[in-house]
Structure formats: structure tokens, C-alpha cells
Design a protein around this ligand. Sequence first.
Ligand SMILES: [Cu+2]
Length: 288
Amino acid sequence: MDPPTAYVYPESFDSVTVLKGPQTVLYGAGNSAGVVLFERDSQRMVDGGWSANGSVTLGSWGRNDQVIDAKAGNPDFYARIGATRSDSNNYEDGDGNEVHSFYTRWSTTGALGWTPDDNTLLELNFGRSDGEAAYADRAMDGVRFEREHAGLRFEKRNISSLVRKVEAHAYYSYIDHVMDNFSLRSNRGMRMLNNPDRKTTGARAAVALAPSERWLVTLGADVRDDQHRTRNGVNYRIQPWQKDIGFERQGVFGEASYAIDDARRIVGGLRVDDHEARDYRPTSLTRG
Ligand SMILES: [Cu+2]
């Protein structure tokens, strides 16, 4: 019920790119409405040293955000850490009614990189985040949005005049989510609580080829596995996890771009995916 933005911290990225419509096949299946890329710079620190940036934002209704991001390294290695926190009280609507909408969310991220030359990058990144949110539009609030993630990324550029770039990326993400109708609001009725969790593992590899000056061809494959479990009730901590849904996907993709001149190009892409979804719930529930 919660969108990916419940777990993404835009402040902790260097760039956010929106690709509209079905204009690329490079970033996974099922993205016909568009793709949003959240990216961090991983430039080689040629001169060595360190850099940091931070910000504080204050607003109405007690809104206060803090962001800190620091990077240190030398030409061969770098380390990066970052943290964000965002917090707000309930706001008042135009009629002066208080809207049940307070939230707090925080994230921490870290990365260790190896850049033995200008064209090679190996990066290990990891992070942890959590939050809580009062929902005016729902019968339940988000009490826990705990996420842990780790990834390993390899990139090698300018291998030859034909092979422009090789990249590979593997990732792991675990989300432990709690929604209930009593922790963040007053409730004298029946107490309800849902605690789904989700483990995602995946990998992607791609090669960018330039068979001639005007052509750029990207070929690759990606795989992803999602496993969901759930447990419910106020005493959920002592309940056993119930595996409910699993998704597996494998895909291959190819995209070619032909530059007619400096301003115009033709792009074509094709991807083929194999999806498998499994419902592990007892039959009596699936008929509901
Ligand atoms: Cu939720």
C-alpha cells in the first residue's frame, strides 16, 4: 500500500532523473509509465581530500529536515557517509482543522569505493532507514518502515573503441513494515496491526558497444527476486511469519541509438522478461 517513495530519501542522492513513458528498456520490466532514477556520483577522487555538505530546512507545522553527506578519499579509494532526518507535526487545512499527518523519517547510507584508474570503479554500498507516518486518508498509520540494503557495483569504461562500458550491479534489500490503528492515534475500538516484510535480491549486468561513431548499442540482463511474508495482530512479535507471495523475474534487453546528427537520434529497444508469481497463502484465504 505504500509507494517506493516511502523508502526512498531523495535528499541523500546527487541526482534524480525522470524518464517519461516507455522510452527505455534499460531499467527493468513493467516501466511503461516511466522510470525515476535515483543516483549518487561516484567520481574518482583524483586530488584526494574530503568534502562535505549539509542542510537544514525549517517550515510551518514544525517541519524540520537535516541532511549531512561527507566523502573522503584518495585516487585509489573513497568512503562516503550520509544521513537524513525529516520531521513534521500535523498541519492545519484551509478551514483550520488539524489533519492527522505527522511523520518522522531518517536514513543513513555508506559506501566504500575502489578506483584504481580513471575508468574502473568497484563500490560497496549499504544503508539503513526507518520512519513513522500518521495517515489522514487511511484507517491505519505507518509505525515502522525499517529498511536495510546493500549493493555491490562494478563499472569499467573505455575498454576499447568498441566496448565503451561494462557494468554489473548486485543488490539486497529487506523491509520490515508495521501498520496499526492504535500507536499513533487514539483508538477505543478493535486494535489491528499488520506486519508484512519483504526481501528483494537482484542483479543487473550490461555492456555498451559503439560499433561505429553514430551507433551506441546497450545489451544486458537483469534478475530480481522478491519474497513477502506477513504476520498480524497486536502480539505480532510472537507470531510465526507466514510466507504469502513471491515474485521472480529474469529479463534480457537491448537498446540501440543512432545519431543522425548532433541534435537528432533514433532510439529503439526490446526487452523480453520471464515473470513468475507464487501465492503461498492457504487456499481458504486466496478465495477471499
Ligand atoms: Cu503500509
